[in-house]
Every structure is written in C-alpha cells, then in structure tokens.
Design a protein around this ligand. Structure first.
Ligand code: CA2
Length: 142
C-alpha cells in the first residue's frame, strides 16, 4: 500500500525520491512475489479513508500482511494505525528516504511501534527488503 503523493514518484523531486515510478516498483515486486511463491496486490491512494477501507477489505479477504509506505500519514494518522492494528496482521513500514535525517516533524511515526519492521532510507530497494522480511515474518508464524 502506498499513501499520499507516492503516485508522483519519478515525476517530481528526484533528488529525494529517485527516478523510478510506482509502476516500476510494482513490476519489481510482482517478479519478487513469483520468486517467493506468494501473492501480492497493490493499492495507492491520496485519501486516508480509502487506505483504511482497503485495509478492511483486505483483512476481510484474508490477507496475511501489509507492506506499507504511508507517506505523510506516517506522522499523523492514528486512524491508519488503528486500522492496521485491528487487522491483526503483521505489517512492514517502508520509507524511501531516511525520515530521521529529514525535518524534525518526519522523525516521529505513529506506526513504527506496532510495525513488524521498518525500512527507511534504502530508496526503492527498501520495498524489496521489506517484502522479503514480511514474507519471512508470515512464514515463521505459520
Ligand atoms: O520517504 C518516504 O517514503 C516518505 O514516506 C515519503 C512521504 C513523506 O511525507 C514521508 O515523510 C517519507 C512523501 C511522499 C511524497 O512523494 C513524492 C514523490 C514525488 C514527488 C512529490 C512527492
């Protein structure tokens, strides 16, 4: 799941977020999903409620976990935290940039303490690392 503004990746601010687009990430993760023998589904929204609705739908459909770059909702959204917690499923929090080397308001995440793991600052590679980590977390619980 990708939150607000991440649909603009590769189109603006390449010095912070690189030149790859969200569809490039999607392609890479779809191939990785085949290697890991798992299913993957993608969702991006600029709207908090739509992200929450998608978490509810995915939970009801029996998803095993979430790989989430919550964008700026990382720093503000108790509602997103509540939805992820209520799903009862593990989630990995991804940030392309290192949020701790940026403005002070990005240093706090309202999700990190309930995440299974966090990757921040590895660019797009963070999604691959996070996906592998999430798959392993889920496997080890089965
Ligand atoms: O580093 C990350 O992945 C962030 O989650 C990205 C968020 C930011 O608010 C978080 O603090 C850290 C912002 C995503 C904005 O993405 C853009 C991409 C291209 C052009 C403009 C924004």
């Amino acid at each position: 799941m990708n939150g607000p503004n991440l649909n603009r990746l590769g189109k603006r601010e390449p010095s912070v977020y690189g030149t790859k687009t969200l569809s490039d990430i999607e392609k890479t993760l779809r191939n990785l999903a085949i290697d890991l023998s798992v299913d993957i589904d993608f969702f991006q929204s600029n709207h908090e409620g739509s992200l929450i609705d998608r978490i509810h739908e995915a939970s009801d459909a029996g998803v095993d976990g979430f790989l989430v770059n919550p964008g700026a909702y990382t720093h503000t959204s108790i509602a997103l935290r509540d939805a992820l917690l209520a799903s009862g499923k593990p989630f990995v929090e991804i940030h392309i940039s290192n949020i701790f080397s940026r403005e002070p308001f990005r240093h706090q995440s309202v999700l990190s303490d309930v995440a299974s793991g966090i990757l921040s600052g590895f660019g797009f590679f963070g999604y691959e690392l996070g996906f592998r980590g999430l798959a392993e977390t889920i496997r080890s619980k089965q």
